[in-house]
Design a protein around this ligand. Sequence first.
Ligand SMILES: C[S@@+](CC[C@H](N)C(=O)[O-])C[C@H]1O[C@@H](n2cnc3c(N)ncnc32)[C@H](O)[C@@H]1O
Length: 317
Amino acid sequence: MVGAVRAKRKIPIIVMTYPNDLFMVPLLSFYQEGFVFKDFEKGFKDGLPGRVMRLGIDVLGNVVILKFDRDTKIREKKKIAMEFLDSHKSVRTVLEKTERFSGRLRTQDTRWLAGEKTKEALYKENGCEFRLNVDTCYFSPRLAEERKDIASKVKKKEEVLVMFSGVGPFPIVIGKLSRCKKVVGVELGRDCHKYALINVKRNKLQNVELYQGDVRRVIKKGGLNLKGTLVPLRFDRIVMARPNLQDSFLDVAFSVSKKGTMIHYHGFYNEADKDEMLGMIKEEAKKARKKIKIVRVKKAGDIGAYKFRYRVDIKVI
Ligand SMILES: C[S@@+](CC[C@H](N)C(=O)[O-])C[C@H]1O[C@@H](n2cnc3c(N)ncnc32)[C@H](O)[C@@H]1O
């Protein structure tokens, strides 16, 4: 774990980041601005003066979202926010995350701290651009590698379904980086869907189709329910970057799968409960009368102490 200590201050603040390589980017420029890096554990043992402050950092292009410890004073928050603005020319707005992702739409609450007063971000990853409102749309820059990884698996002429498509990051990265025939995205949130349509245009893609609505309504056994008309379609690949909710939605995915379909399922579990997730997947397959093979289980991100976003690659056989 890494910490940064402000040089030449009487009472330095030690900034300790959550363990995620993305956080290194802003911290590196803190360093250039006069922060001294210390191995956090070692620095602590050495008896460094100062107060420990944990800081979560999400960089979304022009917008940075900081997550502070609960007892952080507003004066300190504003100061760190101003330092971000000064040291990152591309950052125009600094927000504070005041509420974690919640509800069906997985939205968060943020509060303005410094810079331009906007909640709209323009973010770039994997050669694609995304516009979104950080309060009304779920978006995680930490899934960038996951999107690239899935896109790299998509074969020529595949038809891909992305359930829970949000502002379009999975459909757009797959549409851009692979040679698929088409990607279909389904998203419940109206604002997310509005941005997803803008983002498809922005990235000049012809192979991405997006539908707004509950996946349980838009996807019907054996196809898509488009305003009451069933369009038969079974997909080669189904991406389930799910909301962290009880419903597994696997029955919906199985209903539009065929022999050979690969399902990329995201599940949120403690490491100790991983087998419970695999048992649930096998049970759902049995109920749907599908034979499956679990091809791979990988950690696609951490969401808390010992809790992970797992990706399970399920092949229908
Ligand atoms: C964890 S987010 C993933 C968004 C996107 N895949 C991404 O990576 O940015 C989950 C998304 O699922 C949407 N959602 C939740 N329940 C849904 C449902 N029943 N049908 C369609 N979308 C749903 C939420 O609005 C949210 O945008």
